[in-house]
Design a protein around this ligand. Structure first.
Ligand code: CTP
Length: 406
């Protein structure tokens, strides 16, 4: 099922060079399953033509409140009555100022004012020069539109079309898409602070070599994304992987099991849910050579000694905070066989209320997975699906457990 299946989005473009990105945004929304109705201000039509937006959205574009195509001549009313959201991208400083004051002198601003306030949310992706963005008037107007219920999706930072550098660029189309998808997810973890570990650890032997494993981090990153979509504050402690950080997630990069333990214990104080998906190396070299270990010329491999790494999940789950009602701990188990029996034994050994089993070789590096949820009452299967779909189901399951815990 596509993330925006069944959703009807009114995509409003106001004047700004970022309009060229709205063509791609329109495509992405449709690819995600939405239907899109484009509305453009006269200024937007200076930057990109309605023809482009009509071709991409497969619907006539509206630009004027006097458009005779609306049988009742009330395009400003009709356009939002079947909408699930109005997305303004780009939203210019001028459009935001109009919204803040309830002005309605063109179709786009009129339509926003005339939309049913409580059933058609307004999502705003601003785009403007850094000086305009930072101006107290703009910030005042943004605060006002948020107080009136609009959701401001934020801005990007970097080089601007005008040649200046800083905040004010419109978010990239893919980032806006993620925000829209997140907006429609149920906020079942609102108020929770979720801490997730993900990826492998890397245990250095010398400056150029080390011990690691094939964990891709994808399941943990999907869980971090799903928890943020569900309204939680999310911290992701990630081993060495090159995955992009899910939007709105705080990421702490670590390498070794010891540095992961340190980051987790530090962040755990504020956490209410801990989900350990990381494939932590069980052992690390007893000593790390400061210099590259050289061949001895006689064909004799170096003798390597290992020591066991701390168990991060067990350490936290069995700590005072882990034992209190304030922190709900969830473990993962990567097994190669006897999933149920191994997962049950591991749950007891780690001291966690919920353990999620999966078959390691079937999931490492893949985009989909199958999960087995094991608790004191038994087990439940989440059949093979994309990691993000499974992550959303797991998040819903955890939220239910937290809400019904006695
Ligand atoms: N884990 C951890 N710290 C470790 C080892 C594992 O936090 N040093 C966590 C993992 O993130 C996962 C769970 O413990 O949530 C189980 O990890 P797994 O590798 O399946 O099990 P191990 O404890 O390493 O046991 P074994 O290798 O014997 O199966």
């Amino acid at each position: 099922m596509k993330d925006l299946a069944g959703k009807h989005i009114v995509l409003g473009l106001s004047g700004g060079i970022a309009c060229y990105k709205s063509a791609e945004l329109c495509r992405l929304l449709i690819k995600a399953g939405a239907t899109v109705q484009v509305v453009m201000s006269a200024a937007a039509e200076q930057f990109i033509t309605p023809v482009t937006m009509q071709a991409l959205s497969q619907r006539p574009v509206f630009g004027s409140q006097w458009d005779a195509r609306a049988p009742n001549n009330m395009a400003h009313i009709n356009l939002t009555r079947t909408a699930d959201a109005c997305l303004l991208a780009p939203a210019s400083a001028d459009l935001i100022a109009k919204l803040a004051h309830g002005q309605a002198d063109d179709l786009l601003s009129l339509m926003c004012l005339a939309r049913p306030l409580h059933t058609v949310p307004l999502l705003i992706a601003p785009a403007m020069n850094i000086e305009m963005w930072q101006h107290p008037a703009t910030q005042r107007n943004l605060a006002q539109v948020q107080a009136d219920g609009a959701r401001v999706l934020g801005v990007g930072s970097g080089e601007q079309a005008c040649g200046e550098t800083g905040d004010g660029r419109m978010l990239e189309p893919a980032e806006i898409l993620d925000e829209v998808i997140a907006f429609f997810q149920p906020k079942v973890l609102k108020g929770q602070h979720v801490l997730v570990t993900a990826g492998p650890t890397f245990e250095a032997l010398d400056p150029v070599r080390g011990i690691t494993n094939l964990s891709s981090g994808k399941m943990g990153f999907a869980i971090a994304r799903a928890a943020r979509e569900a309204g939680a504050d999310v911290t992701l402690v990630a081993g060495p992987v090159s995955l992009p950080t899910p939007r709105g997630v705080n990421r702490v990069n670590v390498k070794s099991a010891l540095s992961m333990l340190e980051a987790v214990m530090d962040k755990a104080q504020a956490a209410t849910v801990f989900i350990a998906t990381s494939a932590v190396a069980d052992w690390r070299p007893a000593a790390t050579s400061e210099r590259k270990i050289k061949k001895d010329g006689a064909g004799q491999p170096p003798a390597l000694d290992f020591v066991e790494n701390p168990d991060i999940l067990a350490t936290l789950a069995q700590s005072k905070r882990g034992q209190s009602r304030e922190l709900f701990c969830v473990g993962f188990a990567a097994e190669s066989h006897d999933l149920l029996a191994n997962a049950q034994a591991k749950r007891l050994r780690k001291g966690v209320p919920l353990l999620v089993g999966n078959i390691g070789p079937d999931t490492f590096g893949q985009d989909d997975n199958a999960l087995l949820l094991v608790d004191e009452n038994g087990s439940r299967e989440l059949p093979r699906d994309s990691k993000l779909a499974l992550a959303r189901k797991l998040v819903a399951d955890i939220s239910y457990r937290i809400r019904t815990a006695v």
